[in-house]
Design a protein around this ligand. Structure first.
Ligand SMILES: [Fe+2]
Length: 392
């Protein structure tokens, strides 16, 4: 029997090598005034910025530019809204990594609200977003957060009293996503690895989530089927291979769809407060925490004998088979998955969390701030503490 579930809208998707060349024609129907949100330098350096600007100009569009450096903060979003509120922006074109896409979505939404973005952040502000937004076209140049398919924008303030929280509304799903692997080939190996591990974590956590549905299951498995065999190559000899980059981009897109509809688990429940405390790339945080989280979750699930726990173990074992586990041993498949995730930390050269300043002194605070989200079985405080401590 299929349990009750809902499935939110998806963006219109245009995928494949060279599809960025259609941006102008696809964006023009939204209106003449475009706000192009990008990172600080990467798009110029990759050589993709000039053709994009020429394409938009040839369609008669007037382009305003806004560059962001690093993860979007409330100050950054509020400044952009102040700069462009009177410019009658018809469409926001966010071209860049996950931070750029989140910034573009937040700016597009806040152009239709009054007040600071902080007022509307979950768990921080006390106002509810109206859901009005300037239309957003999302063009990822890295493959990780899946922000091109989600209904939230993550906004961070790092340090004492810091947070990493979402601005969220069903209407914030971008109207159009363009997945062109040619845009991803210039991402450095370290960025590709961290972003790819974020996408993999999102696929795994949404697949085993207590809110998973048959529809998110099939998408999460398909995302992993493409991403797992290609991610190591995308970080190395396949960095310029469009097939390899396209597979990882497709997996990341699906991770956004599945997380928006099934939710996430304890890794993201810790990565959130961790990202508010220290300046750690989100994907690096996820990659470090994921192996321990899978192992502890499987340990907890295998101690009980219920239909939901057995179904979750079956799912972990199925992921293990995508990493090459033999199909004959369910728990063996789960342990193979854990081993492979630890091996990938070395293979993909993921730095430990201690490199970013995490110490044992932070553990108690993070345990108190952490959440299990929709993990198939909750981890105890001591398991969460151990998970963090192990990667200091
Ligand atoms: Fe994530």
């Amino acid at each position: 029997m299929i349990s009750a579930f809902t499935f939110a809208a998806m963006p219109r998707l245009i995928a494949g090598p060279g599809t960025i060349g259609r941006l102008g024609k696809l964006a023009a129907p939204f209106g003449r005034n475009a706000l192009l949100v990008t990172g600080s330098k990467a798009l110029e350096r990759s050589g993709h910025l000039s053709p994009i600007l020429e394409d938009l100009k040839s369609e008669g569009m007037h382009v305003f530019r806004y560059r962001i450096a690093g993860e979007p903060s409330p100050v950054m979003v509020d400044q952009a809204v102040s700069d462009f509120k009177r410019k009658a922006v018809d469409v926001v074109l966010a071209v860049g990594g996950g931070s750029v896409l989140d910034a573009g979505k937040a700016i597009a939404a806040m152009l239709k609200e009054n007040g600071s973005v902080v007022d509307f952040l979950e768990g921080v502000g006390n106002r509810t977003p109206s859901g009005q937004s300037v239309p957003v076209v999302a063009v990822p140049t890295t493959s990780g957060t899946g922000s091109e398919a989600t209904k939230n924008a993550v906004i961070s303030r790092v340090g004492s009293g810091g947070f990493k929280k979402s601005l969220r509304h069903d209407n914030y799903i971008p109207r159009l996503a363009i997945l062109d692997p040619t845009l991803c080939t210039s991402a450095p190996a370290s960025v590709t690895a961290a972003c790819g591990m974020d996408a993999l974590t999102q696929l795994i956590e949404s697949y085993v989530s207590t809110h998973a549905s048959p529809l998110t299951d099939i998408m999460a498995i398909d995302g992993m089927r493409y991403l797992i065999p290609e991610l190591p190559d995308a970080c190395g000899k396949g960095a310029s291979d469009l097939g390899c980059r396209g597979a990882v981009a497709y997996g990341a897109f699906l991770s956004g769809v599945t997380l928006a509809n099934a939710g996430l688990g304890v890794v993201h429940g810790v990565a959130g407060p961790l990202g508010g405390l220290l300046s750690i790339p989100h994907g690096v945080a996820c990659a470090n925490l994921l192996p321990f989280a899978v192992r502890a979750t499987v340990d907890n699930l295998s101690g009980i004998n219920t239909a939901p726990s057995n179904a979750a173990i079956d799912k972990f074992a199925r992921i293990g088979r995508l990493f090459g586990a033999k199909p004959d041993n369910r728990l063996g498949g789960c342990l193979h998955l854990v081993d492979c995730l630890y091996q990938w930390l070395d293979q993909l050269d993921i730095p430990r969390l201690g490199r970013f300043g995490l110490t044992a002194a932070h553990v108690d605070f993070l345990v108190r701030a952490a959440s299990n989200k929709n993990n198939p079985w909750p981890l105890s405080d001591s398991q969460i503490g151990q998970m963090i401590q192990d990667r200091c």
